[in-house]
Write a protein that binds this ligand. Structure first.
Ligand SMILES: [Mn+2]
Length: 487
């Protein structure tokens, strides 16, 4: 990496050229919501309809002076790009005018927190038509006498007379919000691309710093540190950093065990940038060389992911891709001897035996939320193969999905999904299975945009096992003194 490139990545204020100086397209987003809502509610008159949403506020922590970490209402963010606590938005369907309300200026607060953004600055920064203070909100709503005003919820509306004007929790309104968010525009994709780029570097950092990673928490620290240095204030979700058999726990977030004496590491972590999150998982051998069993499981999952990846394009059914991943797993397990050869691939699939090793879905939508909206999951599905699949729809251009098959050796899963079902258990050679338990599990997760005729993988950190071995080994050979550690 060239020196200038280093400086670019280490600049927390770096903004990709594609969106530099361009506003987050809030108006496009609300107009998209308007279109979908009007097509769903045909009796609605755009001359008498509006949207109002009060964003999140800073919340205190009980019995102390501190505050909870601020997290903007995701719908509010989608429609404004504003993450200022205590803001609100109003959009009038008749005039297509988007108004942002900033919290009233609290002069005492300036002493502690500095000057807030001015109305003029906000108008320049955000893609809105008008910026007012909260004090003007009532008068503004009074101008909309007979309007139906949709809102997500009344949680941050503290004035009863305003509350009375709002229509909260309307299912068609939520449908319009969610459907709008499913298809990402070019600007959102550029934000996600940057979030992924930050995660690539942070995953690389984790893989190459084994001399200073003797505990799972060191892995978490390394990832967060490198993400923050690149301008990601926060991660999009609690990172999952596990070693050995703990790699088989899908959402393991305790992250506090020593890695010594184990062979595998799994890290599922993603940087959030400008309100959008990446979601990336990598696995590697602690000592720089995959064991035979770890490598076999790794190659199984990589094959599941690669074959599913090649099918990603508009019109593809996500159910079909998920099913394909199961079929690939079954083929590999037959070769490894975990599944007995006297059973056919079809028979094993029919008995749903692979669900004991790959219980979750192939992936989910990704965007403002890590498990982004409108995947239409059916957690009541009687078929265990599809119960936890978070996308149950056909792919379309502009969707962003994670492709993240996994393969786990988890005692609990095996008891629940295998040993309680004789017709499944008889397919498995338990003596061979027992040799793989120490691996814990492998998941490989990339973030992928559905393009016009295929896909674009935004995740660039390698998943090639040879390259991973090299990165880990190179890091190990540098020794502890190569790294910046105070303690
Ligand atoms: Mn994920």
């Amino acid at each position: 990496m060239a020196n200038s490139e280093h400086r670019k990545l280490a600049d927390p204020n770096y903004v990709p050229e594609s969106i530099r100086g361009k506003k987050y397209p809030a108006k496009d987003h609300i107009l998209k919501v308007k279109d979908i809502l009007l097509s769903k509610k045909t009796n609605l008159k755009d001359s008498e309809t509006a949207v109002f949403i009060a964003g999140e506020e800073v919340e205190g922590v009980k019995y102390c002076d501190g505050t909870k970490k601020f997290r903007q209402n995701q719908y509010f963010y989608y429609l404004t790009g504003v993450d200022i606590p205590g803001s609100a938005l109003l959009f009038n369907f008749k005039t297509d005018k988007l108004t942002l309300f900033l919290p009233n200026v609290d002069y005492e607060d300036i002493m502690w927190s500095g000057k807030p953004i001015s109305l003029e600055e906000a108008l320049k920064k955000y893609d809105v038509d008008e910026v007012l203070y909260h004090d003007d909100l009532k008068a503004k709503l009074d101008q909309l006498k007979d309007f139906t005003i949709f809102t997500t919820d009344n949680d941050n509306v503290h004035d009863d007379s305003i509350k009375a004007r709002l229509t909260a929790s309307d299912s068609d309104f939520f449908y319009a919000l969610d459907e709008a968010r499913v298809i990402k525009d070019w600007y959102e994709i550029e934000i996600l691309r940057r979030a992924c780029e930050i995660s690539d570097n942070s995953h690389y950092a984790v893989m190459s710093a084994l001399p200073i990673e003797t505990n799972e928490m060191h892995i978490e620290a390394e990832f967060s540190y490198h993400s923050t240095r690149q301008g990601a204030r926060t991660l999009g979700y609690d990172p999952i950093c596990c070693s050995g058999p703990a790699c088989g726990t899908l959402h393991y977030i305790t992250n506090e065990d020593d890695v010594e004496g184990k062979s595998s590491i799994l890290i599922d972590a993603g940087a959030e940038w400008r309100g959008y999150t990446s979601d990336v998982t990598r696995c590697f051998p602690i000592n720089g060389k995959f064991t035979k069993e770890h490598r076999e499981v790794y190659e199984t999952v990589l094959d599941m992911q690669s074959q599913a990846m090649e099918c990603i394009k508009p019109g593809a059914s996500w159910d079909g891709l998920h099913l394909l991943a199961h079929k690939v797993l079954i083929k590999h397990f037959l070769k490894m001897g975990i599944f007995k050869k006297e059973f056919s691939e079809d028979e094993i699939l029919k008995r749903r035996v692979s669900c004991a090793f790959y219980p979750h879905g192939l992936g989910h939508f990704l965007g403002i939320d890590v498990h982004d909206v409108a995947g239409n999951a059916n957690y009541e599905d009687p078929d265990p193969m599809f119960r936890y699949l978070r996308i149950r729809r056909t792919l379309k251009e502009g969707m962003v999905v994670t492709n993240e098959p996994g393969c786990y050796f988890n005692e609990y899963l095996l008891d629940e999904f295998l040993r309680k079902h004789p017709e499944k258990l008889e397919v498995v050679d338990e003596a061979i299975l027992s040799k793989y338990m120490y691996v814990g599990g492998v998941r490989i997760e990339d973030d992928v945009v559905v393009t016009k005729d295929g896909y674009e993988n935004l995740t660039k950190i390698t998943s090639n096992p040879d390259e991973i071995e090299k990165i880990v080994s190179d890091g190990l050979s540098k020794g502890r003194s190569h790294f910046h550690v105070v303690v």
